[in-house]
Design a protein around this ligand. Structure first.
Ligand code: FPP
Length: 248
């Protein structure tokens, strides 16, 4: 028997942080501004957060930037959000690349405007060899849709006779998700005070710590991220067992 302590170091940064960036609209209306201004300021908060995550040594940062359900918003707002994504990739990709950030995208690509689909692929290809922070952009993403995609891919393998249905385990399903090699999020943060997952990483969130913060996303900054991580460190993670574990 090892005489190592049975709990891991609690000061480790979470390896994977995922964020539901909520409250842009409420931030704007509280100031009598158009919702687009809230989203614009949301992009600035995103820049700050990516920098802070890299500085803190977080390995993976997943951001919920456009959900499968966001298509039900007014067309003008959808156009604004698509415009912000285009501008974010065009303006920030070179800097992200220079900082060693690897960009990955999860979500449904089919049906996106061709130039957006191209920009997403370009961001992934340009940064594929980077070894710093992995920024996972959940775009046109919904967890149920991702699980349906995984099921279709898995069934193709079953039909081709490469997978025996009797052998399907949770890990088998995990291999067909959009980013199968990425570790599950240790910490999921949602801003704006809402307390739900809204179809975000539901499979991967099985053992994630959930932290809900009253701050609207445009006001999020490094201090807020550190506060979320401090809360994560106060949690005991048992993964269904009896012994507490923290970190990865
Ligand atoms: C939630 O605020 C935010 C979104 C639906 C989109 C998140 C988008 C950004 C932070 C900017 C875009 C960034 C990229 C990379 C495209 P909400 O509009 O639901 O706010 P509300 O709940 O207060 O109305």
């Amino acid at each position: 028997m090892s005489d190592m302590p049975q709990t891991e170091q609690t000061s480790e940064v979470p390896r994977h942080v995922a964020i539901i960036m909520d409250g842009n609209g409420r931030w704007a209306s509280a100031r009598g501004l158009p919702r687009l201004e809230g989203h614009r300021r949301g992009v600035e908060a995103l820049r700050r957060t990516v920098r802070a995550a890299g500085d803190l040594g977080i390995g993976y940062l997943t951001i919920y930037s456009f959900s499968s359900e966001n298509w039900s918003r007014p067309q003008a707002e959808i156009t604004d959000l698509m415009g912000l994504l285009r501008r974010f990739i065009r303006n920030d990709l070179a800097d992200l690349h220079k900082s060693g950030v690897r960009v990955r995208v999860i979500g449904e690509r089919d049906g996106l405007a061709p130039d957006i689909a191209r920009l997403l692929t370009e961001a992934e290809e340009l940064t594929a060899g980077n070894t710093g922070l992995t920024l996972i952009v959940a775009f046109n993403y919904g967890s149920r849709q991702e699980i349906a995609r995984a099921t279709r891919r898995l069934l193709d393998e079953v039909t081709a006779g490469r997978i025996d249905p009797a052998q399907i385990a949770p890990e088998t399903i995990g291999r067909f998700l959009d980013a199968p090699d990425v570790p599950d999020p240790d910490l999921i943060v949602r801003t704006s005070g809402e307390q739900r997952l809204s179809n975000f990483l539901m499979w991967q969130a099985a053992y994630s710590e959930l932290v809900f913060m009253p701050v609207f996303w445009p006001d999020f900054d490094r201090a807020a991220l550190e506060q979320a991580i401090a809360e994560y460190h106060r949690r005991e993670r048992r993964f269904g067992g009896l012994v507490a574990r923290t970190g990865s």
